[in-house]
Design a protein around this ligand. Structure first.
Ligand code: PMV
Length: 319
């Protein structure tokens, strides 16, 4: 059996994080500069059913059977086996690598799941279609934080910009044309921030004051719709003020942090068209919309303001 490799990109949320958990739309785009990769190869010397998992970047090496039931890698592999109705896979080694920073709002968990599901199912001779990969990756996301919206696994599985809305009886997943490419800088506060904590805090705050939070979510949803219109109309520069407004809402939701504020201010002061935190918040990454000729100045300003790293990604023209 030949070795099989699969990879999946990272992602950023352009608009609507947190509100998306409560049924409002959000827009996310893949980030191809970072990726997770899974390689599955046969282990001819081992007994059937033995699956060795190696994740050198997190110093993990264990047999599937020995991992805890709530381990995300175990969950992904087990879901694939159950879906394919395979109880005893051929002996194999699963190697996982990722250049996506963990707990940074870049979708590292979902990307690892997607790469793993694809490589493992292909190795088993039954490559899973995208819909199934997406659905199983969503199940794994539930381990990372209890109430995921599903946007991470969706944008990462399809590797295209998505307008996403969580809905009873089937999520709305729409791809949409982006006639003008645009440039986004992504900068990391260097502060790890597990999404679960921020999502849990927003839930508690919402439970304490539902009208206030519902109003914040509504406004975030309106900004997301306005952003989609601007992108579709080929006017991505109009996203700048919308990003600033979305950031203000996220501040009000209580998910910004001093480090994020410093980077957002620095980007704006250096000429970014708009800036906001991206993802769960509290730490992790922020994003800034920049003209192509501002990339260098804004990157330098972000690094000067304490960013652990900054990189550029372009949302390419589509359809
Ligand atoms: O994984 P992150 O940090 O990009 O956060 C996901 C975005 C949230 O809206 C905060 C949670 C979710 O499940 O959509």
């Amino acid at each position: 059996m030949p070795a099989v490799t699969a990879s999946a990109p990272g992602k950023i949320i352009l608009f609507g994080e947190h509100a998306v958990v409560y049924g409002r739309p959000a827009i996310a785009v893949p980030v191809t500069q970072v990726k997770a990769r899974a390689v599955v190869s046969a282990a001819p010397g081992s007994a059937a059913g033995q699956v060795l998992i190696e994740a050198p970047s997190i110093h993990q090496q264990a047999y599937l059977a020995d991992l805890a039931a709530d381990d995300p890698l175990k969950k992904a592999l087990t879901l694939a086996l159950e879906h394919l109705q395979i109880s005893r896979p051929p002996a194999c080694k699963v190697r996982i690598g990722s250049t996506i920073p963990v707990a940074a709002g870049l979708g590292s968990g979902a990307a690892v799941s997607v790469a793993l599901l694809r490589a493992f199912s292909a190795f088993l001779g039954h490559p899973l279609p995208d819909e199934v990969v997406n659905a199983l990756a969503f199940e794994v996301e539930k381990l990372h934080h209890g109430t995921p919206s599903g946007i991470d696994n969706t944008v990462i599985t399809y590797a295209r910009p998505v307008f996403f809305q969580r809905r009873e009886g089937g999520n709305l997943i729409e791809t949409f044309p982006s006639p003008q490419p645009f440039t986004v800088l992504v900068a990391d506060t260097g502060v790890p921030s597990p999404t679960a904590a921020a999502v849990g805090d927003v839930r508690r705050a919402w439970q304490q004051d539902p009208p206030r939070y519902e109003a914040l979510f509504d406004r975030a949803g309106e900004l997301t719709r306005a952003a989609r219109k601007a992108i579709e109309a080929g006017k991505p520069h109009e996203l700048g003020p919308l990003m600033d407004a979305n950031h203000a809402l996220l501040q009000e939701m209580g998910v910004s942090s001093p480090e994020l504020e410093r980077l957002v201010q620095a980007a704006r002061a250096a000429g970014a068209l708009g800036a906001k935190l991206s993802g769960g918040g509290r730490g992790g990454n922020m994003i800034a919309l920049v003209e192509a000729d501002q990339v260098e100045a804004v990157s330098q300003a972000l690094l000067g303001a304490g960013a652990a790293r900054a990189f550029m990604t372009r949302v390419e023209a589509q359809g």
